[in-house]
Design a protein around this ligand. Sequence first.
Ligand SMILES: Nc1ncnc2c1ncn2[C@@H]1O[C@H](COP(=O)(O)OP(=O)(O)OP(=O)(O)O)[C@@H](O)[C@H]1O
Length: 312
Amino acid sequence: MLRIENLSKIWKEFQLKNINLEINKEYCIILGPSGAGKSVLLKCIAGILKVDSGKIYFNGEDITNLPPEKRNFGYVPQNYALFPNMNVYKNIAYGLRIRGYPKPKIDKKVEEIAEFLNIKHLLNRKPTTLSGGEQQRVALARALVLEPNLLLLDEPTSALDMNNKEKIIGELKRVGEILPIIHITHDFVEAKTLGEKIAIFMDGKLVEVGDREIFKKPKNERVAKFLGYNIVKINGEKFAIAPEDVVICRGSKGKIVNIIDCGFYKKVMVDFEGNILRCILKEDKEDIDLNNLNIGDRVGVKFENKIYLVGK
Ligand SMILES: Nc1ncnc2c1ncn2[C@@H]1O[C@H](COP(=O)(O)OP(=O)(O)OP(=O)(O)O)[C@@H](O)[C@H]1O
């Protein structure tokens, strides 16, 4: 459906280089550290930034040089970019109005989308009077009302509290059943919940693409580190291990160097044979009593699900 071929966007200081990515009718999550080029890629797809080289195809058509309004993609930027002087109704209706839709049709479409996203009660309010979650839904409504062929979302939940985040994730899941979505996030839980395809960017390059298995089997050390794995070197053996797969037991080869109590679990750092291991410990999984664990204690360490990495 969307095919990106050898796309490059180059400034002196930053280069998004030779990106090849295909997105079919699926929910694609884009992950990567800050400054990796995720937003630049999304803006190139939206047509807001001109690419320096490479091609973008949508349903077989070369859209590389098509202006944004002719692509029919919905784009929700990081800050939502709502018009502050217009009420919610006018914000949502804006795109329909400039496309010349008759008033009754605009009213009907705005009402339908407002119903779908539970914002009917907000139609007369100005964006500045809305909470982050409400603004987010208005921004989504403004993009969806134009019935886009593809939805582009730049960190749509980053400003939301847990409750609103969960609601929006539920709504995005429903939208994802209707049309393909490309969604940038820093939140791994969100990525695992929504992503059918996951693309990881680092330093302007697409370093890994695949399904949710990426989280369980990162290909190389860089991706593993980015996903939060420990990289462990013991007696010439090197592997990645997830913090939840480090098991603390009775023994003396490890030393507890930090403990953070997170309620249902504890985040613990263990110095083990020259490795500082980040561990997530849950009461039912460990062989020792977590309530009696103190900084400086000697412990044993076992590894479940070691992952042997292919490259750097
Ligand atoms: N118009 C521009 N001119 C010059 N450099 C730019 C421009 N827009 C973005 N960049 C640079 O491109 C790089 C990638 O930016 P981008 O916003 O895509 O990062 P990101 O991966 O989305 O980061 P974050 O997760 O922090 O939003 C940055 O170094 C940024 O300074």
